[in-house]
Design a protein around this ligand. Structure first.
Ligand code: B12
Length: 161
């Protein structure tokens, strides 16, 4: 499947599978400090909004400190990191270590995906290291949305305040 077919298939999945499962829950969508690509973030925002989540999209080129501050202030139910410029692996490792160093963010569900290196879809060697460093889900380019959707559905419901 080419990338455009994959994108429209992903959007179709999101639309057909619409459910209000995320209602009242907040997701922070973010890029990493070096990455200026934006349509990946727009895609994720639309996908998560279709599932009923409130999305805070921090946009491209997000400094590590800003992401940490936003997570501490908002206490979201999930953080979704997207990077496609090829530096996602290195930057993802740096950010997750910084984030997990804050006690209140130790259990915050964190997913990362996109084009995390420069080796293309076949190169899956980064996933294990990112998981060991503290991500709960790593989705490499071309994996589609089903694993991501499954992960979202398995998130624990936070008790209402
Ligand atoms: C448009 C574009 C740009 C524009 C971005 C404009 C903008 N406002 O976004 C500009 C010109 C600025 C740009 C710059 C660069 N780019 Co560029 N760019 C692209 C291009 C052509 C399209 C990206 C796009 O918008 N796709 C549409 C979105 C919706 O799709 P997507 O990004 O792939 O995201 C999908 C999936 O990856 C997935 N996904 C993404 N994140 C996540 C996260 C999770 C959790 C999940 C589940 C899924 C997921 O979901 C999305 C929908 O399927 C791609 C090539 C391509 N055809 O993909 C190169 C590409 C991403 N760019 C690339 C590069 C190298 C650069 C530059 C470094 C070039 C340079 N030397 O300056 C700079 C980097 C700038 C920076 N600081 O980041 C490379 C990255 C190489 C790699 N990772 O292996 C690519 C792949 C081109 C290539 N083949 O070499 N780029």
């Amino acid at each position: 499947m080419n990338e455009y077919a994959e994108l429209s298939s992903d959007l179709a999945d999101a639309a057909v599978d619409y459910s209000p499962e995320g209602r009242g829950r907040t997701v922070v969508v973010t890029s990493l400090a070096s990455d200026s690509h934006t349509w990946n973030l727009v895609f994720l925002q639309l996908f998560l909004e279709e599932l009923g989540y409130d999305v805070v999209n921090l946009g491209p080129c997000v400094p590590d400190e800003l992401l940490v501050e936003e997570c501490r202030a908002r206490r979201p139910d999930l953080v979704v990191v997207s990077s496609v410029n090829g530096h996602g692996y290195q930057e993802g490792l740096r950010v997750i270590r910084e984030l997990r160093a804050h006690g209140e963010l130790v259990d915050l569900p964190m997913a990362i995906g996109g084009k995390l290196g420069v080796g293309g879809a076949q190169d899956t060697r980064y996933a294990e290291e990112l998981m060991v460093a503290g991500f709960d889900l790593v989705i490499e380019e071309g994996a589609g949305t089903s694993a991501f959707r499954h992960f979202i559905e398995s998130l624990p419901q936070r008790a209402l305040p």
